[in-house]
Design a protein around this ligand. Structure first.
Ligand SMILES: Cc1cc2nc3c(=O)[nH]c(=O)nc-3n(C[C@H](O)[C@H](O)[C@H](O)COP(=O)(O)OP(=O)(O)OC[C@H]3O[C@@H](n4cnc5c(N)ncnc54)[C@H](O)[C@@H]3O)c2cc1C
Length: 396
């Protein structure tokens, strides 16, 4: 521990942000024997981590943009989370209907699914099949558009409740000794005498003086806003776009699995999913420039998603009961939003401070392991004998 004043509450690691990435790092660091504090300005999972598509998946569509490493990591994590959190992460059947007008031919989907199986090491939920559609045979999904339907592929991924998963990981971190300050917005990080002195706003019971040797900035869409609050050491930032994604909830009987369709308008991949006995449809992708806390579904996005649903489920009524929107953090590149890397970027932003940009809900645990391996040499010695791996910690 650095030489610090007596009235200072000291932690080895301060984590800014209580989304899935923040609580994941908190769990891994506490399990490894470090003293850890998480600062969350609103509530655990209040931002992107409760606005996702709620899929724990390899990401079949990332194969198209060549992100094989991410797909493999995510498939292995999917397998692990199904075992570690069976009450929270559940396998679900996915259906890809191929019509005469579908832009990706059946053989291409078949090759993609075979590659998905290879990258998932042929484990339990990597099997897939092609269901040939005939007039006499029932469609695998009730109410699915049958005109010009040629074939349907069926494979597996998993679904979760993203908010509950994030809360469960936070509880696990707390049971391992992590401290949560919430609501506590970090307003200043002053680097002096080898550690960060942290100031917060929002919670009366936060100690007056808090210091930490290392800071992990996992504030998602606010990453560069947090970096702008650092004094006492040079700071480097990475440029990124915020990309809004909206979902609509329909008061329609939940489909028997996730239907993975192609938007007729622009051939984007969209999911029609069962969600709490209703139907969830998403998502969209458009650059967002406002305050991340104020992102909401636009009329245009709602209409776009409603149109896709009624195209593929022509007999169902379209009654929207809820909408939600979140923002992804994608590196600023020339390429299309679709093809930008979706893996987490670990960025050395300042002395003893690491920023996580982007990433997936699915791979939070592996990312946290990567973070610890990267920062270990910059941390103080751990409490002796206290070392656990999150690979074996069950979540409830
Ligand atoms: C539309 C959409 C769909 C997605 N679908 C999937 C999916 O199906 N599967 C999947 O694996 N991934 C999915 N993702 C990606 C996944 O949701 C995100 O990668 C993940 O939730 C990001 O988590 P995070 O912890 O980085 O950020 P967040 O969840 O946004 O957390 C950041 C936290 O930091 C806090 N914070 C910010 N500033 C401060 C401060 N100064 N002081 C204290 N706290 C602060 C915020 O309040 C917030 O709670 C999706 C993303 C989007 C946008």
């Amino acid at each position: 521990m650095p030489d610090i004043e007596k009235n200072t509450t000291y932690y080895d690691i301060a984590i800014i942000g209580g989304g899935i990435q923040g609580v994941g790092v908190a769990q891994a660091a506490a399990a490894a024997g470090y003293s850890v504090a998480v600062f969350e300005q609103t509530a655990i999972a209040s931002a992107t981590s409760s606005k996702s598509s709620k899929l724990i998946h390899g990401g079949l569509r990332y194969l198209e943009s060549g992100q094989f490493k991410l797909v493999r990591k995510s498939l292995l994590e999917r397998e692990r989370l199904i075992k570690l959190a069976p009450g929270l992460v559940k396998p679900v059947a996915f259906y890809i209907p191929i019509y005469k007008q579908t832009s990706r031919p059946a053989w291409q989907i078949g090759i993609g699914l075979f590659l998905y199986r290879i990258l998932g090491s042929f484990k339990k939920y990597t099997q897939f099949k092609r269901i040939r559609v005939s007039k006499r045979k029932m469609l695998p999904i009730k109410g699915l558009l049958s005109n010009d339907l040629k074939t349907v592929y069926q494979y597996y991924d998993a679904q979760t409740d993203d908010r509950l998963l994030t809360q469960a990981v936070m509880h696990s971190a707390q049971s391992l000794g992590a401290i949560l300050y919430c609501p506590a917005k970090v307003t200043q990080l002053d680097f002096k005498e080898g550690c960060y002195h942290i100031q917060t706003k929002g919670m009366s019971s936060v100690p007056d003086v808090i210091a930490a040797t290392f800071v992990v900035n996992v504030s998602g869409p606010w990453a560069n806003d947090v970096l702008a609050r650092i004094t006492g050491t040079p700071v480097e930032t990475m440029e990124y776009d915020l990309v809004q994604g909206t979902h609509i909830v329909l008061d329609a009987a939940a489909p028997e699995g996730v239907i993975y369709v192609e938007a007729p308008e622009d051939q984007r991949a969209v999911f029609i999913m069962p969600w709490k006995n209703k139907t969830l449809v998403g998502t969209t992708e458009k650059v967002y420039t406002g305050d991340p806390a104020r992102v909401t579904a636009t009329e245009g996005e709602i209409e776009y998603l409603k149109k896709i649903y009624s195209y593929y489920m022509p007999q169902q009524k379209v009654n929207v009961t809820d909408t939600f929107a979140g923002v992804r953090v994608l590196p600023k590149l020339e390429s299309s939003l679709f093809s930008r890397p979706r893996d987490t970027l670990l960025h050395d932003s300042a002395k003893n401070l690491l920023t996580l940009y982007g990433g997936k809900l699915t791979s939070y645990r592996a990312t946290a392991e990567q973070v610890l391996a990267k920062i270990e040499t910059q941390l103080p010695a751990r409490k002796p004998g206290k070392k656990k791996s999150t690979r074996n910690i069950h979540l409830v």
